[in-house]
Ligand binder design. Structure first.
Ligand SMILES: CC(=O)SCCNC(=O)CCNC(=O)[C@H](O)C(C)(C)COP(=O)(O)OP(=O)(O)OC[C@H]1O[C@@H](n2cnc3c(N)ncnc32)[C@H](O)[C@@H]1OP(=O)(O)O
Ligand SMILES: O=C([O-])CC(=O)C(=O)O
Length: 375
């Protein structure tokens, strides 16, 4: 029996990884040794997928190869296709997509192959399929067709095209591409840890990713981006309403979504980029409301609680400005994080040991059984 385990495994090192690293005091994040400030806005999501899943920034030939594999892997199979109408309108998009991701396993051509090579192929296909599944979900519930993918647009631009039905402005596609890079991996966050726990039983890639989808959806993790948008839209008046709103929430003992972080004790480096994108989109769209409410909220929460915005906070106003429906914000997070999750499953399978921590028993001892009639 372990004693004095930190609640929520805070500061416990649960795995070794060469995929990403965080310095929570300094507010630094790197993917395979590249500082996020150096690569955000400079590499495409496809390059990021190569970096995380295959270990290096790709050469042009490698990128062309991966782009071809992603295009080939995009189509999802008959089982997910037949399930789609049943899961649309029967719960939240994340519930539907978790189910659909699980269903992708059944049609996967490598379903029966547990090798690392098959893991790699599944990883590429999952990155390619999730945006198309989200677009299929959106089209199904809106009663329209999914526009064809445009190879010139890449994953980010094609997703915006397929969700909104309109070809995105070049800058909008670039901004969304950067969002996907920023959300791609984050060491032992709850959903990645979940994926690794599942993978470590020598279960399969799709089971691990289905578990990760379930963990991401919660409002303390990826679900916070949707909650932030709901918070911002619940404020009726101008920025002067932010102070009393935050005070009332804190007085009622409620958390302000999009603030605080288990690891960062200073600004989340991804928030720096998302804040800048939120401001740029406010200028481009001529609608500064959510950016300005966000800026005020950031100041009030910092002054009153000493908490900084995390990745989910400015992502909300950015996704809103890009025309993404609020209930698809967390699925968008999953589209990006799929690259990191799958890389972690491969890494776990490459050097596996069952993940099985201990627990502190807090129940009674030495109880004696009595007849049911005597209890
Ligand atoms: C992609 C991501 O997953 S980023 C995180 C997304 N989640 C959110 O934005 C939800 C809001 N934030 C939170 O709930 C937390 O900050 C977490 C879950 C991110 C981190 O949690 P933990 O490290 O476990 O911190 P914990 O929840 O124990 O909070 C520590 C203290 O700060 C307070 N606190 C933390 N976050 C917030 C917040 N957003 N609003 C108000 N108070 C907060 C807690 O109430 C607690 O106060 P107490 O010590 O007086 O009880
Ligand atoms: O690292 C965490 O705990 C949560 C987070 O920011 C992420 O998953 O991006």
């Amino acid at each position: 029996m372990a004693e004095n385990s930190p609640r929520g495994l805070a500061d416990v090192v649960a795995a070794s990884t060469s995929i990403s690293d965080i310095d929570g005091r300094e507010g630094r994040l790197s993917y395979r040794g590249y500082d996020i400030h150096d690569i955000a806005g400079r590499i495409s999501f496809e390059e990021c997928v190569h970096l995380l899943q295959r270990g290096t920034l790709p050469t042009q030939a490698q990128l062309d190869g991966l782009t071809g594999e992603l295009a080939d892997g995009r189509r999802y199979g008959a089982v997910a296709t037949s399930l789609l109408p049943a899961v649309v309108n029967s719960g939240t998009p994340m519930e539907a997509l978790r189910t659909l991701v699980s269903a992708l396993a059944i049609d996967d051509p490598d379903a029966a192959d547990a090798s690392i090579e098959a893991d790699r192929r599944k990883a590429t296909r999952l990155v390619a399929q999730l945006p198309v599944l989200v677009a299929g979900y959106e089209a199904q519930r809106s009663g329209r067709e999914v526009p064809d993918a445009d190879p010139e647009l890449g994953i980010a631009g094609t997703f915006l095209l397929q969700i909104t039905g309109e070809r995105p402005a070049p800058r909008a596609a670039e901004i969304f591409d950067e969002c996907l890079v920023l959300h791609a991996d984050h060491t032992m966050n709850a959903s990645t840890f979940t994926a690794r726990v599942v993978a470590a039983t020598l279960s399969d890639m799709h089971s691990a990713i289905t578990g990760a989808m379930g963990a991401l959806r919660g409002p303390l993790h990826g679900g916070a981006n949707e909650a932030v948008m709901k918070t911002l839209s619940s404020i009726d008046g101008d920025v002067s309403e932010v102070d009393p709103f935050v005070r009332a929430e804190l007085d009622a003992g409620r958390k302000i979504m999009g603030f605080g972080h288990r690891v960062y004790k200073t600004e989340d480096p991804r928030a720096t980029h998302l804040r800048r994108m939120s401001e740029e989109l406010a200028e481009l769209t001529g609608n500064r409301r959510y950016y300005e409410l966000s800026r005020r909220m950031e100041q009030v929460v910092l002054d009153s609680k000493g908490l900084y915005p995390n990745v989910d906070f400015f992502a909300a106003s950015v996704y809103h400005a890009l025309g993404i429906p609020t209930d698809l914000f967390t699925p968008v997070f999953a589209i990006s994080r799929m690259s990191g999750w799958t890389a972690h499953v491969i890494e776990q399978h490459e050097d596996n040991r069952l993940i099985r921590p201990d627990s502190d028993y807090t129940g009674p001892h030495d109880q004696r059984w009595v007849e049911i009639s005597q209890r």
